[in-house]
Design a protein around this ligand. Structure first.
Ligand code: GLU
Length: 474
């Protein structure tokens, strides 16, 4: 199988638009409003200099796109990758709009990107580049707590978000809400517990919810539970790593194959995710990982036998070329846009169920929303009611003991009086969000007799966005 797959001149953005057109056909949205919803409002391209460690200056190119500001602020990550283009940020920004609407996060969609391979630069260089990029975007109105709030994406993390927050604060010293200008910050500087794991955790919650629906499992001849299911995961970055780790450690799934930049490793008995991650950190790839077969051509492994395939890397990985050979019964899109429009129809015909990106990876923005609320409300979750909850549950335990005349066991007492800390609140809010979205999509699928989950999910999002537009006027 060829490693590089022809894109048939269909861009990422066109792929997204085709998917939207397919969903729009189920709804009665006036043409003008359809066009308004689909169009990307504005995209800025900035080119700016930054100094390298050797004293020389280099020009960097970055973008930020606002797809829809039917709700404010608009929200979406900033990615650092050499492949960043105008088309890509617009496609990703539009996915953010549909993502936020689907999971009832009251934001519009945005996305940014810098054409850079972060591995080629030192931490000091990255700090200078990031602060300068942030300044460009802040000065041009593309970052602020009330209008446009970035977050981490591929190639960025809490370190970059802390630099952006600090740059914003320096430029707006009087803005009391400066912490809300960016999410995904370190916990010590206004972040929220559970944000780093959030997208991967959300992927796990989606799969857990799927296994609570025997009728959906029947559609792809699945039985039993997640335990023992064979999973192939592409990409062990922040999202893929956390998804694989939780599915392996908490749900007993077998991660049989991991695909990385330098190839794929396979062990039908299951790979130890934590050790593989450690190996990648130390050796720069998966090659030579002990007790596993190595395949230099990683993309071939997408076609290996498994139950669940989780693409958690780049867009356009499953195309019309390799879609006919996919063996998984369930594809869970942790990355944005891993399945092209033409591949999607091939998979549909093959009876492969695809849970779509803007649903599956919505955990990140959901927890970003919690972080933003924490920042603008200036209070930590649980501060007001945590002890009150404890006093109440303590009283309940005492009442039970008094009424029954028996002592409640220590374990039960601990479980009942368990205080709701920030992390458990974030996780339960995330779980609830993913489960609710699943049910909403399922209902739309049944109501409109739609045969795929992506179209049904888009129908849910489009209905909400169209409703907001009709209330607001265009
Ligand atoms: N970059 C993530 C995404 O694509 C997170 C966005 C956010 O938290 O705003 O969903």
């Amino acid at each position: 199988m060829a490693q590089t797959v022809p894109r048939m001149n269909v861009t990422f953005l066109q792929n997204v638009e085709r998917m939207v057109d397919r969903a729009v056909a189920y709804l009665d949205i006036p043409l003008g409003m359809q066009q308004e919803i689909k169009a990307c409002n504005s995209t800025i391209k900035v080119q700016f200099p930054a100094q390298l460690d050797n004293g020389q200056w280099r020009i960097f190119t970055g973008y930020r796109a606002t797809h829809s500001d039917h709700r404010l602020p608009v929200k979406g990550g900033i990615r650092y990758a050499p492949s960043v283009t105008h088309d890509e940020v617009e496609a990703l920004a539009s996915l953010m709009t549909y993502k936020c609407a689907l999971v009832n996060v009251p934001f519009g969609g945005s996305k940014g990107g810098l054409q850079i391979n972060p591995r080629d630069y030192s931490a000091e260089e990255l700090e200078r580049i990031t602060r300068r990029f942030a300044r460009e975007l802040i000065n041009k109105g593309y970052i602020s707590p009330g209008e446009n709030v970035p977050a981490p994406d591929m190639g960025t993390g809490e370190r970059e978000m802390a630099w952006i927050a600090d740059t914003y604060r320096q430029l707006h010293p009087n803005d009391i809400n400066y912490l809300g200008a960016v999410t995904g910050k370190p916990v010590e500087t206004g972040g929220i517990r559970g944000r780093t794991e959030a997208t991967g955790r959300g992927v796990e919650y989606v799969i857990q919810e799927f296994f609570r629906h025997p009728d959906d499992m029947d559609d792809i001849d699945f039985t039993g539970s997640i335990a023992g299911k064979r999973i192939i995961i592409q990409g062990l970055g922040n999202v893929g790593y956390h998804a694989a780790k939780f599915l392996h450690e908490e749900d007993d799934a077998r991660i049989t194959c991991i695909i990385e930049r330098d190839g794929a490793i396979l062990n039908e008995n299951g790979l130890p995710v934590e050790e593989v991650r450690q190996w990648i950190n130390e050796n720069g790839g998966v090659k030579d990982f002990p007790n596993a077969e190595y395949y230099a051509n990683g993309t071939d492994a997408l076609e290996f036998d498994c139950d669940i395939l989780i693409p958690a890397a780049l867009e356009s990985q499953i195309t019309h070329t390799n879609a006919p050979n996919i063996k998984a019964r369930l594809i869970v899109e942790a990355a944005n846009g891993p399945v092209t429009f033409s591949a999607a129809s091939i998979l549909r015909e093959k009876g492969i169920l695809v849970l779509p990106d803007f649903f599956v990876n919505a955990g990140g923005v959901t927890v970003s929303y919690f972080e933003w609320i924490k920042n603008i409300s200036h209070i930590r979750f649980g501060r007001m009611q945590r002890r009150l909850d404890e006093y109440r549950s303590e009283a309940t335990v005492l009442a039970i003991e008094e009424l029954t005349g028996k002592k409640v066991s220590d374990k039960l007492r601990k479980d009942i009086i368990h205080s709701s800390d920030e992390l458990s609140m974030v996780r339960s809010g995330l779980d609830d969000t993913m489960r609710e979205a699943y049910i909403e999509i399922k209902k739309a699928k049944q109501k409109y007799k739609i045969d795929d989950w992506r179209t049904a999910a888009l129908v849910v999002s489009l209905e909400k966005i169209a409703f907001t537009h009709s209330r607001m006027g265009m």
